[in-house]
Design a protein around this ligand. Structure first.
Ligand code: SF4
Length: 388
C-alpha cells in the first residue's frame, strides 16, 4: 500500500486578506484557537477509520488559514500522535505554513523542536507599499525579520510571493532577497480576483486593474529566468526549487497519490479495493464541523470516483508538473481502457501538431505540456477527457 500524505487544515487567520478566497476566517481569539487545536487532534483520530490500516506516512502538512497561530505544543501533540500510530518514511517532510506576523525566534524554534522540518512562509513581498496594497498585517521590516528567523532555524523552507500589482523590477528585488536568505523553494502566484472578495469588487468598480495576458507572460518568463540563474528551477506551474527541495507533500497531489485531509473543508483521496479511489470532503464551516465532531460524522461528501473522474483529476493535477505524467503511472491508478481511449494516437497527434504537448509522449510515453500547452491546460484536459 502506498505511503500517505496527511493534511491538517487550520481555519483561522488573524484577519482576512482582501484578495483571499481560501477557506479561512479572520478571527483574533486565543480561546477559540486553543479549542480548535484540540478539535483538530480529535478529527485526526476519528479520520483514521477511513484509511484502511495504512501505516506509512510520507508527509504532514499544516495548512490553512494561518496554522502558525497554533501553539508549538499542540503541533507537537498532533505529531506525537502520528509518530506513535504510524511509521514515518525516513525522509518524512513535515511542513508548517506561517504568516510573518505570527511568530518570533523562540516560537519558531519550538515549532522545529516539535518536529516541523519545513517552513512555508507567506512573505508575499518585502516592501511596505506592496504589503499595504495586499492588506497584509505586517510591514516590510517584519517580513524581513520573519525571513531571517526562518532561515536561521530551517534548512528547508519556502517563500510565497504574489505578483501582478508591482513593477517587474520590484518583483525581482523581492526574489533576489529570497535568494539571499538561502531560499531553495519559491512559490510565485499571479494575483487573481476571486468572486466574493473585496478585491473582486474593486476590480468590478474599476478601482484596480487585472494584469493583461502579455504582461503576465513577461513576468512569468522573467521569474523563471531569474530563479534559474540561481539554480532554482520551475517544476510546477507556480513552484520553483533547487534539486531535491521540491514540496514532497504537494507532489502527492500533483502525482495523484493518496492523501488524508483533516479539519474543516479538508479533502481526501484514498485508494482501496485495488484501483478504487474514494473522494472525501469534510464539512467546511468550522463551527458546523465542530458540532459534527460530536457525532463522529464530519464528512460532507464521501464518494467513489468513476474512472473518467479519476483520469480527469490525474490530468488536471499532473499536467501542472513541468516533467509531465508518465503513462505507466496513469495505468497503475486508472483503468487502462480509459487511459488508452483518452490518450489515443489521434488525440495525441492533434495536440502535438498544435504545439500543445511535447514529443516525449511518442519517444518516452510521458505526457508533457509545451510552454503553449501550459497556458492552455484546461482546454487540453477537456479535449483528452471528452467522449470517454
Ligand atoms: S493569511 Fe493567507 S489564508 Fe489567511 S486570509 Fe491571508 S492569504 Fe488567506
Amino acid at each position: 500500500m502506498e505511503p500517505l500524505a496527511v493534511y491538517l487544515h487550520w481555519p483561522f487567520c488573524k484577519s482576512k486578506c482582501p484578495y483571499c478566497d481560501f477557506p479561512s476566517m479572520g478571527r483574533c481569539d486565543e480561546e477559540l484557537y486553543r479549542r480548535f487545536e484540540d478539535y483538530l487532534l480529535r478529527d485526526l483520530k476519528q479520520s483514521l477509520e477511513e484509511i484502511d490500516h495504512r501505516h506509512v506516512i510520507r508527509s504532514v502538512f499544516f495548512g490553512g488559514g494561518t496554522p502558525s497561530l497554533m501553539t508549538p505544543q499542540s503541533i507537537e501533540r498532533i505529531l506525537d500522535f502520528l509518530f506513535q500510530n504510524f511509521s514515518l518514511q525516513n525522509n518524512v517532510e513535515i511542513t508548517l505554513e506561517a504568516n510573518p506576523a505570527t511568530f518570533d525566534l523562540e516560537k519558531m524554534r519550538n515549532f522545529r523542536h516539535a518536529g516541523v522540518n519545513r517552513l512555508s512562509l507567506g512573505v508575499q513581498s518585502f516592501f511596505d507599499k506592496n504589503l499595504r496594497f495586499l492588506g497584509r498585517i505586517y510591514d516590510g521590516k517584519q517580513a524581513l525579520e520573519a525571513a531571517a528567523v526562518t532561515s536561521q532555524i530551517f534548512d528547508n523552507f519556502s517563500f510565497d510571493f504574489i505578483y501582478g500589482h508591482q513593477s517587474l523590477k520590484n518583483l525581482l528585488q523581492d526574489l533576489s532577497m529570497a535568494v539571499n536568505f538561502g531560499c531553495r523553494h519559491v512559490s510565485c502566484y499571479q494575483l487573481t480576483f476571486e468572486e466574493d472578495t473585496p478585491f473582486y469588487r474593486r476590480l468590478q468598480s474599476g478601482d484596480i486593474k487585472q494584469m493583461g495576458e502579455s504582461r503576465a507572460i513577461k513576468f512569468h518568463d522573467a521569474i523563471g529566468d531569474f530563479l534559474e540563474s540561481f539554480g532554482i528551477f520551475r517544476y510546477e506551474v507556480s513552484n520553483y526549487s533547487t534539486m531535491n527541495y521540491e514540496s514532497r507533500h504537494n507532489l502527492t497531489y500533483w502525482e495523484y497519490d493518496d492523501y488524508l485531509g483533516v479539519g474543516p473543508g479538508a479533502h481526501s483521496r484514498i485508494s482501496s479495493d485495488g484501483n478504487k479511489k474514494k473522494e472525501m470532503i469534510k464539512i467546511s464551516d468550522p463551527f458546523l464541523w465542530e458540532k459534527a465532531l460530536e457525532s463522529n460524522n464530519t464528512f460532507s461528501l464521501v464518494n467513489t470516483l468513476t474512472e473518467k473522474e479519476k483520469l480527469t483529476e490525474a490530468l488536471i493535477m499532473g499536467l501542472r508538473l513541468i516533467k509531465g505524467i508518465k503513462k505507466e503511472n496513469l495505468y497503475s491508478k486508472i483503468s487502462n481502457i480509459v487511459v488508452d481511449s483518452a490518450l489515443s494516437l489521434e488525440r495525441l497527434l492533434f495536440l502535438s501538431k498544435n504545439g500543445l504537448i511535447t514529443e516525449k509522449i511518442f519517444s518516452k510515453s510521458i505526457l508533457q505540456l509545451s510552454e503553449i500547452g501550459l497556458k492552455k491546460m484546461n482546454s487540453v484536459v477537456e479535449m483528452l477527457c471528452s467522449n470517454l
